[in-house]
Design a protein around this ligand. Structure first.
Ligand code: ASP
Length: 466
């Protein structure tokens, strides 16, 4: 290690010790004889003083330091006199009296100040220089909380005997109501992979395989117009279980969220969460994700159930799935299938709403081939089309598919709400802009003619969609 301690670690108990710190020059104050710098790393900030009588050489080098230079400082821990102590920082009782200074790397003058308290630069600038932005405590903290959330989820589900399984990223289209991102195949010219809108079909197939309890913290991709606060790639906690009913999914979820809120916010969440039917939510709140908080400061969860199975697409004059076509429906509503009163069929899907945000949704699945075929038929996939798109699922259902159900929770939104932040972009290390581009790498970008040629692709309209 190049250092003996971190910049957030030293206090009075280290009095008179020789230590080595590494980090970035946060602030420099040159008082001529004395030069003070604050050295910063992920863990905190430590004040360092350079005194010519202690080390002439270190003092001379310290004169050249600029903001964000990377340095390695050797020194002795001095306890500050009470009047000089800074109660606002963890290391405020001490300062390091430098005996040596090495510049590990200089820095250009940063394009904005690395300081939570300073005026916020524009989001464009922050994203283009994300590595500087991520040096700020507030942004860094969001990533730490996100990490803590994922660790907490894994701990809970592992203890419940779930298996974490990776599903493919290069796959076939799964309908979740959005446009697919396509990836051309070089080895099969003219054919394409789709990036998964969710691992829906794979997780159901894992249930057919007998895995019983699956989860994955997984990236999903939806090529939507990025209204409001969406990202083309986002993260879900995806789960699936066999031989379960709604109550099992609800109680598992409630236990999970209790643990999350206890560990991250120190809050005891009351369970079970209240429930409301879709019809009731629409009648009373005119939305399917009502914010039922009385006092806007508390967190309030709500299950919304009994969504309609289908909705009518006026433009295309056809019925489509309200959730996705693998969702089961209430047995007592099966009669409306026969009478073709499709709007009367209630699904067995559920949404979890937190403070008026939909943070998760899932359903009891169809596990019988004939029922699944029927749904495909209603939403306008004829036998051939259903076979072409989902033949592999229908086939798997012929080999002993157990009753199963699942749910997926949006990790980005959850962290945003936990931290009381504005946008999911604040909790993603390298987010895309509202226009779906990455300002850091400048993706998407043109590719070489040679690459296109290998793929058998020709760009016919550089102006974008027509
Ligand atoms: N695949 C669904 C989604 O991504 C969730 C589920 O039904 O489990 O919204």
């Amino acid at each position: 290690m190049l250092r003996t301690h971190t910049c957030g670690e030293l206090n009075k108990t280290y009095k008179d010790q020789e230590v080595v710190l590494c980090g970035w020059v946060h602030k420099r104050r040159d008082h001529g004889k004395l030069i003070f710098i604050d050295i910063r790393d992920r863990y905190g900030i430590t004040q360092v003083v350079f005194v010519p009588s202690v080390s002439k050489e270190a003092h001379t080098v310290a004169q050249q330091l600029g903001p964000e230079f990377v340095v390695r400082i050797t020194g002795k821990v001095n306890v500050r006199p009470d009047k000089n102590a800074n109660p606002d920082v963890a290391t405020g009782d001490i300062e390091l009296c430098a005996t040596g200074l090495e510049i590990l790397n200089p820095s250009e003058v940063p394009v904005f100040e690395i300081d939570d308290a300073a005026a916020q630069p524009s989001e464009e600038l922050r994203l283009a220089y994300r590595y500087l932005d991520l040096r700020k405590q507030k942004v860094l903290n969001a990533l730490r909380v996100r990490h803590q959330l994922c660790a907490c989820i894994r701990e809970f589900l592992n203890a419940q005997n779930f298996t974490e399984i990776e599903t493919p990223v290069l796959t076939k289209s799964t309908p979740e109501g959005a446009r697919d991102f396509l990836v051309p195949s070089r080895l099969s010219p003219g054919e394409f992979f789709a990036l998964p809108q969710s691992p829906q079909l794979f997780k159901q197939i894992l249930m057919v395989s007998g895995l019983d309890k699956y989860y994955q913290i997984v990236k999903c991709f939806r090529d939507e117009d990025l209204r409001a606060d969406r990202q083309p790639e986002f993260t879900q906690l995806d789960m699936e279980m066999s031989f379960v009913e709604e109550e099992d999914v609800f109680s598992l979820t409630e236990g999970l969220f209790q643990k999350i809120f206890k560990e991250i916010k120190g809050i005891d969440l009351p369970i079970p969460f209240p429930r409301m039917t879709h019809a009731q939510a629409m009648a009373q709140y005119k939305t399917d994700k009502p914010d039922i908080r009385k006092n806007k400061e508390e967190f309030s969860f709500l299950w919304v159930v009994d969504f309609p199975l289908f909705k009518y697409n006026e433009e295309e004059k056809r019925w489509e799935s309200e959730h996705h076509p693998f969702t089961s429906f209430r047995a007592e509503d099966a009669q409306f299938m026969e009478t073709k009163e499709f709007d009367k069929i209630r699904s067995r899907s559920y949404d979890l709403v937190l403070n008026g945000n939909e943070i998760g949704s899932g359903s009891i699945r169809i596990h019988k081939q004939d029922v699944q075929k029927k749904i495909f038929d209603i939403i306008g996939f004829d036998e051939q089309e259903a076979e072409r798109r989902f033949g592999f699922l229908l086939k798997a259902f012929r080999y002993g598919a157990p009753p199963h159900a699942g749910v997926a929770y949006g990790i980005d939104r959850l962290v945003t709400i936990l931290l009381g932040l504005e946008s999911i972009r604040d909790v993603i290390a390298f987010p895309k802009t509202q226009k779906g581009s990455c300002l850091l790498t400048e993706a998407p970008a043109h590719v070489d003619q040679k690459q296109l040629k290998e793929l058998g692709i020709m760009v016919i309209n550089k102006g974008g969609a027509s």
